[in-house]
Design a protein around this ligand. Structure first.
Ligand code: SAM
Length: 313
């Protein structure tokens, strides 16, 4: 039996209400901070996929806390982004947009021109479909879009924290993240349900490969698969050696060759080694009507004569 919505209102749900957080997720960021000390020396932060805003609340309270106590801190800047609109929060600039769009990425970057961020967090999650492979794939795309934005705004040495689904291909994501950060840890806060495959990657000490130039040619953004990757240089472009194999005098598979018969020899038909899928048409029947490709692929047997009227007398 599934849990009723009342059961889902667990201790963190109730605590969030009591302490004034907009969502129970606030505790995930607070518990990550207990372990990784995320906010020390942080004045500028980006909260990607921020609605309804409990992580932004945590950022606002933690970064602006000292300011409110009258202590002199550098100007605090917090930028929160989400597809959905969010109720305003003190000291938080909001952008409503899709983080996989170049336009949103550029808008975030504009806010940080000349002043890189110290911390980027992303709690982005797609609307889960229940198809695990699809959900994990979309989640990974969100994380990579967040990483792309991060590469434009995060200062060297900065920290990136993002939700990750620990699916079967998660090691590929870890290795991509490890290219950009000195340390990558996968953390599971107590407030994240054990029944969920969600966890958080805490990526510390941002240090992209030497010569890496952040760019918007990431095909994930706006699905721009027509990007000319040849224009990318140095570490921005991965070049895998290309090797043509086989004797150059062998037949070219893109050319048509005339029959090559020894003089005086007749062409001899060689039957196919595998029998065709469909048995040959009985003699005297007209060929079946042309069907759309999808239907043709699904067809396992020839339509019986007369069923569709084409062969009826
Ligand atoms: N951290 C938030 C908090 O503490 O209130 C909760 C985030 S909620 C789990 C996930 C959010 O990701 C949703 O608000 C959703 O709108 C946002 N999201 C999903 N895909 C997005 C995208 N492509 N661009 C921006 N936001 C996205």
């Amino acid at each position: 039996m599934g849990r009723s919505s009342k059961d889902k209102r667990d201790i963190y749900y109730r605590l969030a209400k009591e302490e004034g957080w907009r969502a129970r997720s606030a505790f995930k960021l607070l518990q990550l901070d207990q372990e990784f000390n995320l906010f020390t020396g942080v004045n500028r932060a980006v909260d990607l996929c921020a609605a309804p805003g409990s992580w932004s609340q945590v950022l606002s309270r933690k970064l602006r806390g000292l300011e409110e106590k009258g202590e002199k801190v550098e100007e605090v800047k917090i930028v929160a982004v989400d597809l959905q609109a969010m109720a305003p929060l003190p000291g938080v600039t909001q952008i409503q947009g899709d983080i996989t769009k170049v336009s949103t990425a550029q808008e975030i970057i504009r806010h940080f021109e000349g002043q890189p961020a110290d911390l980027v967090v992303c709690d982005g999650a797609p609307d889960v479909t229940g198809l695990h492979d699809v959900d994990e794939y979309i989640q990974a795309q969100l994380l990579l879009a967040a990483l792309n934005i991060t590469s434009h705004v995060l200062k060297p040495g900065g920290t990136f924290v993002a939700k990750i689904f620990r699916g079967k291909d998660v090691t590929l994501l870890y290795s991509q993240l490890k290219l950009f950060f000195g340390g990558v840890t996968c953390a599971k806060p107590r407030s994240s349900r054990n029944s969920s495959i969600e966890a958080f990657v805490v990526c510390q000490n941002y240090s992209p490969p030497e010569g890496y130039v952040p760019n918007m040619s990431n095909p994930l953004l706006d699905h721009a698969y027509d990007v000319d990757f040849n224009q990318l240089q140095g570490p921005n472009r991965v070049i895998v050696p290309f090797l043509a194999c086989g004797d150059l005098s062998a037949f070219d598979s893109d050319r048509t060759y005339p029959l090559q018969l020894d003089s005086g020899k007749q062409y001899e038909y060689t039957p196919p080694h595998a029998a065709p899928d469909l048995p040959p048409l009985p003699a005297g029947l007209p060929p079946p009507k042309k069907q759309p490709a999808v239907q043709r692929r699904c067809q396992t047997s020839r339509p019986e004569p007369g069923r569709d009227g084409s062969n009826s007398r």
